[in-house]
Write a protein that binds this ligand. Structure first.
Ligand SMILES: Nc1ncnc2c1ncn2[C@@H]1O[C@H](COP(=O)(O)OP(=O)(O)OP(=O)(O)O)[C@@H](O)[C@H]1O
Ligand SMILES: [Mg+2]
Length: 224
């Protein structure tokens, strides 16, 4: 489902180069729930953004299914991301001026007419799944951090993506809320068989996935 083949990404920072991801090769099958852990700055977000097609590899190939996103024409790239990938961001990403329901519906603006028609019902069902039925008309600042992340998860799923990517979805939460969100993602995985790739700097979260991978200084390293 996800293939990274000798993928590297270098950033130019003023007068020096930062190698954020170094020669990473990784195969993730459909239905896996893979958790990548590693210290802050080891390249986790960069790796996830490479999979999402939001960061272009300096070298190597990134494939989703059999598609190399960067080989598609611009317009198709955006459509491909919108349809195939759900993304939960590391920091608060809800639009403050929209209600919870409107936030969840936002990615459907670009969807097919068919999808838009059923979107409202699907959004309500997803919000029920994540325990926010009574918050649909509230604005993000009226929600707790955990509730905001639940809404962000519902939004990531609204277009029925094939892959869910999550960048430290619990990073700003207390330990108990973190466990609740992880249980929610795990239950989602068990119920739907969705392919999930999540990154975290907290090694104790890897037990929630079906496989874990460690990163250190831009590389994937063997388990200790
Ligand atoms: N757009 C960018 N421009 C320049 N350098 C960048 C950019 N994005 C990332 N980097 C650098 O690449 C390295 C890896 O960053 P990345 O954000 O991938 O780490 P991370 O593992 O997600 O860290 P954290 O756990 O703190 O989120 C860092 O040294 C960072 O400064
Ligand atoms: Mg990060």
């Amino acid at each position: 489902m996800i293939s990274l083949r000798h993928v590297s990404r270098t950033f130019q920072l003023k007068d020096r180069l930062v190698e954020a991801v170094k020669d990473v090769s990784l195969e993730i099958d459909r239905g896996e729930f893979v958790i990548i852990s590693g210290r802050s700055g080891c390249g986790k977000s960069t790796l996830l953004n490479l999979v999402a097609g939001m960061v272009r590899p300096t070298s190597g190939d990134v494939l989703l299914g059999d598609v190399q996103v960067w080989k598609l024409p611009d317009k198709q790239q955006a459509e491909f991301r919108n349809q195939k990938i759900g993304f939960v961001f590391q920091f608060n990403s809800l639009i403050p001026t929209l209600t919870v329901l409107e936030n969840v519906l936002l990615p459907t603006i670009f969807g097919s007419a068919d999808q838009r028609r059923s979107a409202q019902d699907r959004a309500m069902a997803l919000l029920a799944d994540v325990g926010l039925s009574d918050k649909v008309n509230d604005h993000p600042n009226q929600l707790s951090g955990g509730q905001q992340q639940r809404a962000a998860i519902a939004r990531a799923l609204i277009n029925q993506p094939e892959v869910l990517l999550a960048d430290e979805p619990t990073s700003n939460l207390d330990v108990r809320t973190e466990a609740e969100i992880m249980e929610l993602i795990k239950a989602l995985h068990t119920r739907t068989g969705l392919t999930i790739l999540m990154v975290t700097h907290e090694p104790e979260l890897i037990e929630f996935g079906t496989r874990s991978v460690f990163m250190e200084d831009g590389r994937i390293v063997p388990h200790l």
